[in-house]
Design a protein around this ligand. Structure first.
Ligand SMILES: Cc1cc2nc3c(=O)[nH]c(=O)nc-3n(C[C@H](O)[C@H](O)[C@H](O)COP(=O)(O)O)c2cc1C
Length: 270
């Protein structure tokens, strides 16, 4: 008989949730617009369920619910393009997810300008941050979805949005992340991980690093509160405040992280 170690019960603060929550927990990546063309008709659908599956050859996977018109389109065309919209396109994305291309020309309805792809027939949508053209290699039905494993045939990026990786400092050129429902987000800041080098005591070094990170968070919050206090005073006195200067003091890249709801503040004109 093997000794089963006694495990601690789950902490009381932890909640049990329905199985469907698993998919939402795994979300938060860039939403994509899947474009397809077949027999002169094109379609576009927003999609959040995607992942890379192989680097050599470069393969990606997308999961589409079986009833979608895009399934018919991809089954026939055996190729598609992924267009990664920039942050300002969130309303377009939500709109395109509420219609089926079976009865409506969604590209036309949303007035989306597009341009010629390099390797597939699906159109590439203007104003996006990156584009991936792909040819289907496997079509696998799983549950109520169909998973397409597709080989990457061409990749294009807007360098304002993507250098060696997504640029977190790219403002409106940042990609749109999807959290579920009607909730979206953007990439906020980049952080560099510093794993322990001393293999003798990784647990000590890792514990120190967590303490360091928490301290940095507290420090940043206290500094922000202090600056917000100063700002409120200035506004109360009727002074004009240069928000961009304050943001620089705070070492943050955009002033929208300050709570300006307490008064009218005049900043630099755009
Ligand atoms: C942000 C967002 C993400 C979505 N992700 C997916 C997805 O990963 N898979 C899917 O089957 N449908 C997804 N949908 C729903 C489809 O986009 C929606 O049903 C669309 O109208 C299907 O279009 P079609 O019938 O023209 O193919 C998503 C919708 C939104 C708004």
């Amino acid at each position: 008989m093997t000794d089963t170690p006694l495990l601690q019960p789950a902490p009381e603060s932890i909640e049990r949730r329905p199985l469907s929550t698993a998919a939402r927990i795994l979300m938060g990546g860039p939403v994509v617009l899947v474009t397809t063309t077949w027999r002169g008709r094109s379609n576009v659908m927003p999609l959040a369920w995607h992942m890379p599956v192989s680097s050599d050859p470069a393969l990606i996977a997308i999961a589409i619910e079986q009833s979608r018109y895009s399934v018919d389109m991809i089954d026939h065309a055996e190729e598609f393009a992924l267009n990664i919209p920039k942050r300002p396109m969130l309303h377009h994305v939500q709109y395109l997810g509420a219609l089926s291309g079976e009865h409506v020309d969604k590209l036309e309805a949303a007035q989306l300008a597009h341009f010629a792809p390099a390797r597939v027939s699906a159109p590439l949508i203007e104003g996006c941050a990156a584009w991936i053209e792909a040819g289907v290699r496997h079509q696998l039905p799983f549950g109520d979805h169909v998973v397409y494993i597709a080989e990457v045939m061409a990749v294009h990026v807007d360098p304002a949005s993507f250098g060696e990786r997504w640029r977190t400092d790219a403002g409106e050129d940042r990609p749109l992340l999807y959290l579920g429902g009607t909730a979206y987000s953007t990439l906020d800041r980049e952080q560099e991980a510093r794993p322990p080098r001393d293999l003798e005591a990784p647990e000590r070094i890792l514990a120190e690093r967590i303490a360091e990170e928490l301290e940095l968070t507290t420090e940043a919050r206290e500094r922000r509160e202090e600056i917000e206090g100063q700002l409120a005073d200035e506004v109360q006195r009727g002074n004009i405040v240069d928000v961009s200067e304050l943001a620089a003091d705070l070492d943050i890249d955009d002033a929208d992280k300050l709570d300006l709801s307490g008064g009218v503040v005049l900043g630099e004109p755009d």
